[in-house]
Design a protein around this ligand. Structure first.
Ligand code: FAD
Ligand code: UDP
Length: 381
């Protein structure tokens, strides 16, 4: 391919889906680059020396309520049904997270547990989900007690470790990702579609990018190509502040350090992940064999240690949703608007948005249909 019609910066979900759509839907040539030496972005998985497939950048569980996203990705992978379950260590007791009626029963004496459960059910209704910051504000003494208890034992310490911020310093949507659940459903997610790609995420990405009009160059930073391609049309899924050379200051990101280790069978976890809100420097441990469909195999534990993001030293994993970061983002969005039609920003880093994989995929499909294909005279598939 000499001069591609499009350069896609980043081979994660956002970049790979846009690339596939442009190549298959419009028949145009696409060059996908990534500065990492592999495709799949943060969803990348690879075999561990123990044989278990592990996620290099932390546990990735696919879940969505979007049928279009599910149907689209199903063209590139078969699925293995998987319900993620998480236990959190509270007062030495491993209880279901999101905190639910089973957690109440596990932690309180029976009559007290009944009273607290009834208070939750009569206030919100069975099956409802309640953000912790809302529960904490209740006037009813039982609900207020429970709200304070869950806030202190489940959210406060974990959030401080994960973000180096208190829950109320973050946008409420962050802790609302894991609401208190007025039910006995112990699954971490309740989405209609929950599954893992049968052969893993990297295999899914190989198929997404396997098209004669797509070429992939790895270990290549956009910075090293940009001068040679001043007129290229670009979909940029890297960090928007980096693209503009941090002109208005660096947006905050949070990073993580992952420590994988194979352990003896008796040290394996009974569920996919255990959270440690109150002890240790790590936030959670994931036993990859559950995610990889080999629950009876050798356990491979991955500890996650939150870290400040240090450019060039570690990766940007999480945008940090606060009022200050939203304000700092605005001038970058304005600059992006000026490049509209030639450079499109998208994805967790390009939009500076706390997307899950399905949301990144949905964002890529919408970008393609509404902005890329719609600008062409002939409608795309
Ligand atoms: P990325 O996957 O980050 O891809 C962007 C790519 O761009 C990267 O590969 C990067 O190397 C490349 N890049 C950046 N700048 C440049 C440059 N200048 N030049 C070249 N290349 C560049 N989602 C779920 O749905 N379920 C989960 O269970 C889940 N768990 C997660 C756990 C962790 C620890 C983390 C961090 C995320 C998790 N996610 C999960 C979110 C998921 O990782 C994202 O939704 C998804 O990866 C976003 O895809 P993306 O393409 O926008 O970004
Ligand atoms: N959270 C918490 N305790 C928990 C689980 C989650 O305080 O046991 C809070 C914490 O602030 C975390 C956020 O809820 O960052 C979102 O959790 P989620 O599991 O969705 O985070 P991710 O998987 O994206 O790291």
């Amino acid at each position: 391919m000499s001069a591609p019609d499009w350069v896609i910066v980043g081979a994660g979900f956002t970049g790979a889906v846009v690339a596939e759509r442009i190549a298959s839907g419009l028949g145009q040539d696409v060059l996908v680059i990534d500065r990492r030496t592999h495709i799949a972005g943060n969803a990348y998985d690879e075999p561990h020396e123990s044989g278990c497939l592990i996620h290099r950048y932390g546990p990735h569980i696919f879940h969505t309520n979007s049928k279009p996203v599910w149907d689209y990705l199903s063209r590139f992978t078969a699925w293995r049904p998987y319900y993620h379950r998480v236990l959190g260590m509270v007062d030495g007791c491993a209880v279901p997270i999101p905190f639910n009626l089973n957690s109440v029963r596990a932690l309180f004496p029976p009559r007290m547990a009944d009273r607290l459960s009834e208070a939750l059910i009569s206030r919100y209704g069975f099956g409802k989900k309640v953000p912790i910051l809302k529960l904490r504000q209740e006037a009813d003494p039982d609900l207020r007690f429970l709200g304070t208890y869950i806030f202190q034992k489940v959210f406060e310490g974990y959030t401080l470790k994960q973000w180096s911020l208190r829950p109320d310093q973050l946008d409420p949507s962050v802790t609302a990702r894991v609401p208190v659940h007025v039910s006995r459903d112990d699954r971490y997610f309740q989405d209609t579609y929950q599954a893992m790609p049968e052969e893993g995420y990297t295999a899914l990405f190989r198929r997404l990018l396997d098209h004669p009009r797509i070429s992939v160059r790895l270990g290549v930073d956009w910075k090293s190509l940009s001068a040679a391609m001043p007129h290229a049309r670009i979909v940029y899924t890297g960090a928007i502040d980096e693209f503009f050379d941090y002109e208005y200051g660096a947006l905050p990101y949070r990073s993580l350090r992952f420590e994988p280790m194979a352990v003896a069978p008796h040290r394996g976890l009974p569920v996919g992940t255990m959270n440690f809100p109150n002890e240790f420097d790590f936030t959670r441990i994931t036993d990859q064999r559950h995610l990889s469909g080999t629950p009876d195999g050798q356990p491979v534990l991955i500890h996650e240690y939150p870290e400040a993001h240090m450019p060039g030293v570690n990766e940007r994993y999480y945008p940090v949703p606060t009022e200050a970061s939203t304000a700092l983002l605005q001038p970058y969005l304005k600059r992006a608007e000026e490049l509209k039609g030639r450079v499109f920003f998208a994805g967790r880093l390009g939009d500076y948005a706390y997307y899950n994989m399905d949301q990144a995929c949905a964002r890529a499909l919408t970008l393609f249909h509404k902005q890329i294909a719609a600008a062409l005279p002939m409608a795309a598939e």
